[in-house]
Design a binder for this molecule. Structure first.
Ligand code: AMP
Ligand code: ZN
Length: 465
């Protein structure tokens, strides 16, 4: 397989540390709000990467963190704590917020056929690991204490800017979003490893430490959770492109200072999903969630299809009209699969099976070219190979694509009649302006696995997987 490595800025052959085994770490969600569909694009990319590696014969061990503590909006002591912000907004405890949005995240993943990594761990479960790492960094002169906090001294890592390709001089002069000015830091890019309770006296999550009661910085969690579950050598580390700096640059600095050797060979980053105002982001307030798409009648898997149509390293512009185009392509794809006829006595044509399988692998091997992988699928469906071979190839490819291509969305006659009468009941409720009842009926239908969508021609429905 060839992949684009952010570290070397090249597409290069992927060679794991141990033949056939891949240790993969992916940064997880900060659980103070719902994931937006941009975040979910990154998780779809990582899911396809993991499944592709498995498909290509590697055995992947993947780990992901859940950020429930420490994610400040910047790296100084005056950064805003994202979890606390969520808790205040919803008048709940930080723990309740974390649990609620973690569950919501995994529900979204399930609807998008995103597999759960083998190890998923909460940042707040690794406090003693962080303290051990920070103590060693202090002992070895990579970290220093100032104003009760502990900071990492980036000047001690000569290759600190290798991943980002940033120019340290630019960072010194400019006041930027990603590096902030904190008078206690020696260098603007130094980052917090441990904060004391100097600012957040009402911080719910805090622990005793050799430096006072406080809480860890954000970056330290990923280094520790990765090392805890995957050991000292990592093959692939992924995230969205905004993680390159400072988050992943900081992860490399502290991990390598701690371990005393190179930590991870391949860094892969997914590009942004943009809306009409630019990068989709939670801080903008209004953002698109998967639940909103479902409420509007979209099948989550048509969003997955929408993402797979483009390369993970290209920015993707979201609009309802482009999603609508993906919906019709996905539906027609599913229809083509449904219309494959398999005769009882047919056998798999092994030569054709292997030829197309190889083409599919070639697309994945080419830096995860999912758009070309879909083209191979269409070629299979268009070809005149027998139905059995077609069907087996679809099943085989769907291990990676996870578009539930062989699952039927057909509804039996009894259910259809029931759904039609409920839609009629909802229509009447809406006419009487009883919107509560109308919403209740929509929810009941959803629980029955039926998605409805109001169109100019009336309400249409489909079965969701
Ligand atoms: P967060 O929950 O904010 O920590 O973000 C979770 C993941 O989503 C990270 O890997 C981010 O890099 C990624 N991400 C954030 N915004 C976008 C976006 N607009 N498009 C794609 N990925 C994003
Ligand atoms: Zn991370």
């Amino acid at each position: 397989m060839k992949v684009y490595n952010t570290l070397t800025k090249k597409v290069e052959p992927f060679v794991p540390n141990h033949p056939n085994e891949v240790k993969m770490y992916t940064c997880g969600p900060t659980v103070y709000d719902y994931a937006h569909i941009g975040n979910l694009r990154t998780y779809i990319f990582e899911d396809v990467l993991e499944k592709s590696l498995n498909y290509l014969g590697y055995s992947v061990i993947r780990t992901m963190n859940i950020t429930d503590v420490g994610h400040l909006s910047n790296d100084s002591d005056d950064g805003e704590d994202k979890m606390l912000k969520g808790a205040l907004r919803e008048k709940k405890s930080v723990y309740e917020i974390a649990q609620f949005y973690t569950d919501a995240f995994f529900e979204d993943c399930q609807k998008l056929n995103i597999a759960k990594p083998k190890y998923v761990s909460k940042a707040s479960d690794h406090i003693s690991d962080y303290i051990n790492m920070i103590e060693k960094l202090l002992q070895d002169g990579y970290a220093y204490q100032a104003n009760g906090n502990v900071y990492f001294d980036v000047s001690k890592m000569p290759h600190y800017y290798e991943l980002s390709g940033k120019n340290p001089d630019d960072l010194k002069i400019a006041v930027r979003d990603d590096v902030d000015h904190d008078t206690y830091k020696k260098n603007p890019a130094d980052f917090g490893l441990w904060f004391t309770n100097s600012k957040f006296n009402d911080q719910a999550m805090k622990w005793d430490s050799p430096w006072g009661i406080g809480y860890p910085g954000w970056h330290i969690e990923c280094s520790n959770i990765a090392i805890h579950f995957l050991g000292e050598y990592l093959d692939i580390h992924c995230g969205g492109i905004d993680n390159i700096f400072p988050h992943h640059s900081n992860e490399i600095a502290q991990s390598e200072a701690y371990l005393g050797h190179k930590w991870c060979n391949y860094w892969m980053h997914g590009e942004y999903l943009n809306d009409e105002t630019g990068k989709m982001s939670k801080s903008k307030g209004e953002f698109l969630t998967l639940s909103l798409l479902i409420q509007k009648g979209y099948d989550p898997l048509s969003y997955r299809y929408f993402c797979l149509e483009s390369h993970y390293r290209k920015q993707l512009a979201f609009s309802y009209s482009s999603l609508d185009r993906a919906v019709s392509s996905y539906q027609s794809l599913k229809n083509k699969v449904k219309n494959i006829t398999v005769n009882e006595d047919e056998k798999i044509d092994e030569t054709l099976f292997q030829t197309y399988q190889q083409k599919f692998k070639d697309a994945l091997n080419d830096d995860l070219n999912t758009a070309n992988a879909l083209t191979v699928l269409y070629e299979v469906l268009k070809s005149n190979m027998n139905g059995k071979t077609k069907r087996e190839l679809v099943k085989d490819f769907d291990q990676v694509l996870s578009l539930s291509l062989l699952e039927s969305n057909e509804i039996d006659e009894d259910l259809k009649q029931k759904v039609l009468s409920m839609i009629e009941e909802r229509k009447l409720a809406k006419q009487k302006k009883d919107f509560e009842k109308a919403d209740e009926i929509r929810n009941q239908l959803k629980e029955m696995g039926i998605q409805i969508k109001d169109t100019r021609e009336g309400t249409i429905f489909e079965k969701i997987n």
